[in-house]
Write a protein that binds this ligand. Structure first.
Ligand SMILES: Cc1ncc(COP(=O)(O)O)c(C=O)c1O
Length: 347
């Protein structure tokens, strides 16, 4: 069954009978400003896309790694991994996953018949990990914002090496943090790899690019599996320039931090401590947990009625908001204030 994610604006717009153009879409964790699209020569559209050595070099520099595979989004690896892992390690059965987190990981392992074990914010007890097992860590977690340091990750990596297992690190949202928080430079064997997503931080999810940072063996396996022409030529040109443009990256980080801080303050003020339990996240999204769990579903609906689309958790007890730019923060504030008044008047 297809999972629900944010970004399904068309469907939601129809449901609430509000024209697409009138929505404020905060349902994903994609940056609201994107890397400027450079001029793309006609021949790039015309030719079959060969993998660009310039893009590979730019990506290795940006991700601080020596080996990687370029994919049409890290989702391609997430979906294919369980069957690939079975061929590499026929004894693997147990997979440890966060209870809350990008659900495509769990779905892929479940479909392939693995036994799923869940952990909360605290990683599974390291001494209890099974031989040949897989641990999936989303860092920082989407939607909880939970973050694990490289020292903690290293302990799991070392343990899984002893157990002949695998650590899958999904760093889709880590670009907003200082680069030393990424584990990419420490990937050096068969027992750990990192997934990186291009679309979120660079605000270009539509071009579909992602990266697998892994050792030679994993890279060769996935490169062979995915085959040629994974990533189209125009996307390669855009990504190569974006990954090389350190000035733009620094500005983007500062802008997102500024907007996130303003939005977090606004959300606290407008919903007030009476309603909110906590707000967690990173500079690409904010997740609100409410004191009364059913508030999330009600507020989601009240916001949609005003053309503001956020992400209601599958558990229906939290709301995740993408970061809004300064010019639309007032609209979000007004819509939340109105939703709040209605929620209180209903009680
Ligand atoms: C945590 C996480 N990992 C991976 C992905 C897949 O992203 P992509 O395929 O665009 O790299 C997503 C998408 O939202 C995500 O939230």
């Amino acid at each position: 069954m297809a999972l629900m994610h944010g970004g399904q604006l068309q469907q939601v717009a129809e449901q609430y009978e509000i024209p697409l153009i009138d929505w404020l879409d905060l349902s994903t964790g994609i940056a609201p400003t994107s890397y400027p699209i450079p001029n793309i020569p006609v021949n790039v559209w015309q030719q079959l896309p060969q993998l660009s050595p310039k893009l590979i070099a730019a990506a290795k520099q940006y991700y601080q790694c020596s080996q990687l595979v370029i994919t049409n989004g890290s989702q391609a690896i997430i979906k294919a991994l369980p069957d690939v892992y079975r061929k590499k390690n026929a004894n693997g059965q147990a997979v440890y996953l966060p209870v809350r987190g990008y659900k495509e990981h769990a779905q892929a392992w479940k479909i392939a018949g693995y036994k799923l074990h869940w952990y909360q914010d605290l990683l599974p007890e390291i001494e209890n990990l099974a031989e040949n097992s897989v641990v999936v860590i989303i860092n920082p977690n989407n939607p909880t914002g939970q973050f694990y340091t490289c020292d903690v990750i290293k302990q799991y990596h070392e343990k899984l090496k002893q157990l002949n297992g695998l650590l899958v690190l999904d760093e889709a949202f880590i670009d907003v943090m200082p680069s030393e928080n990424s584990y990419c430079p420490q990937v050096n064997d068969n027992h750990c790899f990192v997934l990186r997503s291009f679309g979120k931080f660079f605000g270009l999810a539509g071009i579909r690019i992602g990266f697998l940072v892994a050792n030679n063996d994993w890279c060769n396996t996935f490169a062979a599996l995915l085959g040629p022409w994974q990533v189209n030529g125009p996307a390669q040109i855009i990504a190569q320039q974006a990954l090389s443009d350190t000035h733009w990256q620094e500005q983007q980080k500062q802008t997102l931090k500024k907007w996130r801080t303003a939005q977090e303050q606004t959300l606290w003020q407008v919903f007030s401590k009476a309603l909110i339990l906590d707000i967690k996240g990173c500079d690409l999204f904010l997740t609100i947990a409410f004191k009364q769990a059913d508030s999330a579903k009600k507020i989601y609906h009240l916001l949609c009625q005003q053309g503001v689309y956020c992400r209601l958790a599958d558990e229906q007890d939290t709301l995740r908001f993408g970061i809004t730019s300064a010019d639309t923060l007032a609209r979000l504030e007004n819509a939340c204030a109105h939703a709040c008044e209605q929620l209180i008047s209903e009680k």
